[in-house]
Design a protein around this ligand. Structure first.
Ligand SMILES: NC(=O)C1=CN([C@@H]2O[C@H](COP(=O)(O)OP(=O)(O)OC[C@H]3O[C@@H](n4cnc5c(N)ncnc54)[C@H](OP(=O)(O)O)[C@@H]3O)[C@@H](O)[C@H]2O)C=CC1
Ligand SMILES: O=C(O)CCC(=O)C(=O)O
Length: 484
């Protein structure tokens, strides 16, 4: 893949920033490899992108839903032709293994198709009026210009799961992707460009979060902002958009528990813990980070977990034998090292890993061993804060009631899972766990595009994304009363 500089996509044209500056994206598996560069854009360019989106709004919302859907089908088809290239760029830019990157790209394509079909579905209800000679109905209408601010960990799926519903319901969009995932997002926009959306309907602008992201949050012509990322940034965006009367949706961190009950299938529970905790190098907001195990099987579970974790192959995501890639960036690498040191300082026992990997080619990347802490208590930092790295915290409990209380003892509430065959435990878990995604005998990660996605407590702004739930955020309702 040749290194390339990508422009912004504004009003249907690729345009370089007047700043003359670019942001380089490097490969976390090989720090010296530049994957590509994107524009370091200015506020004026953001204003231009928002102006284009505003200008395109009327004609776009007046198209039939099926016509808007055709553009999404077209984008999906073009992405399918370019799947390999997009996935390769993703692996090189943020490090997840190539099969995971391909899976994510395929998921983006399926999301586009799902929402394309939405253009042919109901957009309201007929409601009986108390006046027998009148006709009353509700009708969903677009919110307007939508600002989309996304993280680097799912650089294809997250921008698409926000843009596709925004577009099908008649909104126009301005995407500001994470700087560390911008080259991959630019590849997606190349497909959107080829799909031939009317000028101004989809816009792509790169640059720093504090200039372009904050600018989207502050812009009075941006009617709604949808964000996924860290809690601090998310709260600030919510406050800024809310203060000017805009609509916002925030999806933020998680500290997701997986409860291992004494009656469970231990092999399945071990596999799910490793997959949910360490796939994508633990860089999913839905990843399992607290493993809460009943004391009767604690030692047996731990032994098997350690045995299997030792076999994990760490390396460049482009290498077919790699199960776990590097941390996505130097910043993330340093954060993970900080939490590993903090865990040790606060008295957790390191049962596995904890070291930086430097053997052979690994020295060129941001590699950390799969790390498992034992004897973790709920007051420890590693049991409370989102690490976003390959670190699991084992915690021991006596009863399932204790396990659920412990699981709820964090500020987050995104995803949670339990491994058990006991129906009473399953029912009380479903009832009592404070999480937006509740998973039984399955890992905490694994989001289905047709179902609502979002968290409780500090994990989200009470809103839900994906499936039919997306309609709530990307539309507003008109109630129409007609009397002849
Ligand atoms: N829940 C989730 O899905 C995710 C959670 N995280 C958590 O966040 C931590 C940090 O990750 P990071 O990517 O830095 O997350 P951030 O919240 O910093 O970034 C997410 C997005 O917001 C943008 N942004 C940054 N600062 C501002 C600002 N002041 N105003 C508006 N937008 C802004 C970023 O742009 P830019 O990239 O240019 O800074 C990026 O597009 C991780 O360690 C993890 O704990 C991260 C990713 C996803
Ligand atoms: O688990 C998934 O597939 C999606 C998780 C997610 O949204 C995230 O990590 O940002």
């Amino acid at each position: 893949m040749s290194e390339k500089t990508f422009s912004n996509y504004i009003g249907g044209e690729w345009k370089a920033s007047a700043s003359g500056e670019v942001i380089q994206s490097t490969n976390p598996a090989n720090k010296t490899e530049v994957v590509g560069s994107v524009q370091k854009s200015t506020r004026d360019e953001l204003n231009e992108a928002v102006g284009q989106a505003k200008g395109a709004l009327k004609a776009w919302r007046k198209l039939a839903g099926a016509e808007r859907g055709n553009y999404l089908y077209q984008a999906a088809a073009i992405m399918e032709e370019n799947l390999e290239e997009i996935a390769t760029t993703m692996t090189k830019e943020m490090g997840k293994s190539l099969p995971e990157a391909k899976g994510e790209t395929m998921r983006g394509i399926q999301i586009l198709k799902y929402y394309a079909g939405e253009g042919m579905r109901s957009e309201g209800d007929v409601i009986p009026s108390t006046d027998a000679s009148a006709f009353m109905f509700s009708k969903r209408v677009p919110v307007g210009v939508v600002g989309v601010i996304t993280p680097w960990n799912f650089p294809v799926a997250i921008p698409i799961w926000k843009m596709a519903p925004a577009l099908i319901y008649g909104n126009t969009v301005v995407l500001k992707p994470a700087s560390e995932g911008s080259v991959t997002a630019a590849k997606v926009f190349e497909c959107f460009d080829k799909a031939g959306f009317p000028a101004g309907v989809v816009n792509f602008i790169t640059g720093s979060g504090s200039v372009i992201g904050q600018g989207l949050a502050e812009h009075n012509d941006v009617n709604a902002v949808t964000f996924t990322g860290s809690n601090n940034v998310g709260r600030n965006i919510g406050n800024t958009v809310g203060a000017r009367g805009g609509k916002y949706q925030l999806e933020m961190g998680g500290k997701n528990p997986i409860i291992i009950a004494e009656d469970c299938d231990i092999e399945a529970a071990v596999d799910a813990t490793l997959s949910g905790g360490l796939k994508s190098t633990g860089q999913k907001c839905t990843c399992s980070s607290r493993v809460i195990v009943q004391s009767a099987i604690y030692d047996q579970f731990k032994e098997r977990l350690l045995e299997k974790a030792k076999d994990i192959t760490v390396g460049d995501g482009m290498d077919g034998s790699t199960w776990m890639g590097p941390c996505a960036s130097e910043g993330q690498f340093n954060t993970v090292k900080h939490y590993i040191a903090k865990g040790q300082e606060e008295g957790a026992a390191l049962a596995l890993g904890g070291n930086v990997l430097t053997e052979g080619n690994l020295k060129d990347g941001y590699y950390i061993e799969p790390t498992i802490f034992d004897n973790v208590t709920t007051d420890m930092t590693i049991a409370q804060e989102e690490i976003f790295g390959p670190v699991l915290a084992l915690m021991k409990v006596e009863t399932i009631e204790d396990a659920i209380d412990l699981a709820n003892d964090v500020e987050f509430g995104l995803s949670a899972s339990i491994f058990t065959k006991n129906i009473d435990h399953i029912l009380s878990f479903i009832d009592d766990i404070e999480a937006g995604l509740v998973r039984i005998n399955s890992e905490t990660a694994g989001v289905e595009l047709q179902a609502p996605f979002g968290g409780m407590k500090a994990s989200s702004s009470y809103s839900r994304e994906q499936g039919q739930a997306a309609k709530e955020f990307f539309t507003t309702t008109k109630t129409v009363f007609i009397k002849g």
